[in-house]
Design a protein around this ligand. Structure first.
Ligand code: ADP
Ligand code: MG
Length: 277
């Protein structure tokens, strides 16, 4: 990585700048889904006869922050794998703003506006925070495109905006490997924000974080959900309570319960299989 970024200054925009990413594949807003951004029907995936997700129906609203919980092996990660195209469904439907995702590649799904944060970190530790954010812009591929984008004011503004959002604006020139575990997780979320995904999928984003970092992450996710949809897998119930309006409980690949935190915690089926303590 050259150090062209090192000499640039990072504007910290108080308002969200226009997206620098184009989405040529579809006009995503052209197919209304009654306020839903994601609609899943009868979704099933079978691994050698074992149904990790089994006939699942669920939908996510525009600007919703949904939490998915469930015991280990419930199929939560597999569900995200199918939404982002990493795993192909055996049957059923996943529609994102009217576009069927089941047959698209993971790359095409990102281009449509679906971003995924995996459980394992995928940042480049030898690059600075700013460089990681910069190269996560999908269009910045190839030397000329890269030089062009690097010079663009919008990109600098966007990096500044995202860095402030993820609480790393004072760390832009720090090598990412030097960040704390929690800060690395925030940077990962920042990579998704750079992509300007409209639907963000986060798998256990506060795993390994300190209580303070968890609180800050809860605030971060609530801020993000004011303008995007998020699906967050989490099992820390204090954290779930702090962010969730609506919770989906999976068990053995099926929908066990859905509702407010209080409703699912009082649901006898949930108490039996998941919260039975
Ligand atoms: P969760 O994230 O809720 O803990 P997962 O979605 O990771 O659960 O896994 C659900 C079930 O599917 C588990 O029993 C797991 O072993 C199984 N599974 C997941 N991926 C595969 C795969 N590629 N091949 C076979 N079995 C899998
Ligand atoms: Mg999992």
């Amino acid at each position: 990585m050259d150090n062209a970024l090192a000499s640039t200054s990072f504007a910290v925009a108080s308002e969200r700048p226009e997206s620098t990413t184009a989405r040529p594949l579809v006009n995503a807003k052209s197919t209304p889904m009654n306020g839903k951004i994601l609609s899943i029907e009868a979704l099933t995936v079978s691994f050698d006869g074992f149904k990790a997700v089994d006939g699942l129906d669920m939908s996510i609203d525009e600007n919703e922050l949904r939490v998915v919980i469930g015991p280990n092996g419930a199929g939560k990660t597999t569900l995200l794998d199918m939404i982002c195209g990493k795993t192909k469904p055996t049957s059923g439907s996943i529609r994102f703003r009217g576009t069927e995702l089941g047959k698209l590649s993971d790359y095409q799904i990102v281009r449509l506006g679906v971003g995924r944060k995996f459980q394992t970190p995928s940042i480049y530790e030898d690059l600075t925070v700013a460089e990681n954010l910069e190269i996560s812009i999908p269009q910045v591929h190839g030397v000329w495109a890269s030089i062009f984008f690097r010079r663009s004011k919008e990109v600098r503004e966007r990096i500044g905006y995202v860095a402030e959002e993820i609480m790393l604006k004072d760390h832009l020139r720090m090598k990412s490997g030097k960040l704390s575990h929690g800060q690395k997780q925030w940077l990962e979320i920042g990579l998704l924000l750079m992509q300007d995904s409209d639907l963000m999928l986060l798998d256990e984003p506060v795993a390994g974080m300190s209580p303070r970092e968890r609180e800050e992450t809860a605030e971060l996710l609530k801020r993000i959900a004011n303008g995007k949809s998020l699906v967050v897998i989490e099992h820390d119930m204090d954290f779930v309570r702090s962010i969730a309006k609506k919770v989906t409980v999976l068990h053995q690949g099926r929908l066990l319960s859905e509702g407010s935190v209080e409703e699912v915690q009082n649901d006898p089926r949930v108490i039996e299989v998941y919260l039975g303590h």
